[in-house]
Design a protein around this ligand. Sequence first.
Ligand code: NAP
Length: 252
Amino acid sequence: MTHPVLVITGGSRGIGAATALLAAERGYAVVVNYVGNVAAAESVCARIHAAGGQAVAVRGDVANPEDVEHIFRAADRMGTLAGLINNAGVVDVAQRVDEMSFERLTRMFAINITGSFLCAAAAIKRMSTRHGGKGGVIVNLSSAGAKLGSPGQYVDYASAKGAIETFTVGLALEVAGEGIRVNGVRPGIIETDIHASGGEPDRVARIAPTLPLKRAGTAEEVARAIMWLVSDESSYTTGETISVSGGRAIAP
Ligand code: NAP
C-alpha cells in the first residue's frame, strides 16, 4: 500500500519532529528534513519505523535551491506528494535592529522566508492540478512574534514571520483553484531547542508564568494544529494562520 507523502522541513527536532511522529501515526510517509543534526533526524525515523511507519531522513538547507530539489526528489521516490510543512526556522541572539549585521539579516531572511518560498514552489510543481498533480496542502510556520514584533530581541525574525503570514494569504489565493490549500500556524512560547539556539536557554522558564495560560506550549500541541490543517477536517479552510500560543499572540 502506498502512503501519501509529507515533506516536513526541520523535521529532526522540536515542532517538526513532533509533527513527523504524528503524521506517521496518521498514515503519512514522511520526509524528515534536517540540515546538520543527522542523529536527531535518524532517531525520529527510527521511532516511526519501530511503529510500522515510513520515514526517510534527508539532509538539505531549505535556503539552497539544489538542496530543496534533493529533498523533493527523495519525496518522489516515496510516492505521491500530499503536503509540505514549511517548518524549518531559525532565530538569532537578542539584538537591536541598529546592531544587526548584514550577514545576520541575510541568513535570517534566506532560511525563514526564501526557504519557505523554494519549498512551496517545489511542492506546487508536484501537487497542483495545473501541473497534472492531485492537489495537496501546505502549512507554514509563523510565530506570535509576527504580531508582537519582538522589540529588543529579534525584530528580524518577527518580520520574517510577518512575511510568512502574507505569503500564506497570497499563495493560498494563487493556488486555491488548483486543489491546494495553504494555511499557517502561529506558535507562542513552545518548549524546544530554538530558545537555546538564540542564546537564551532559560527563555521558556522566564516567560511561561507571564503567559495567559500560565505555561509554555509543547511541540505536540503545535503538531496537532498542523495536522488538523493537513487533514480533511479543515477542508474549507485556506489562507488562514491560526494561533497556538496560549493567548500570547492575542493578549493586549
Ligand atoms: P528547533 O527546535 O530549533 O528546530 C529547528 C529545526 O529546523 C531543526 O530540525 C533544524 O535541523 C531545522 N533547520 C534549521 N535550519 C535549517 C535549514 N537551513 N534547512 C533545513 N532545516 C533547518 O525549532 P522549533 O522551535 O521546533 O521551531 C520550528 C518552527 O516553529 C520554526 O519555524 C520556528 O520559527 C517556529 N516557532 C517556534 C516557536 C517556539 O517557541 N519553539 C515559536 C514560534 C514559532 P537540525 O536538527 O539539523 O539542526
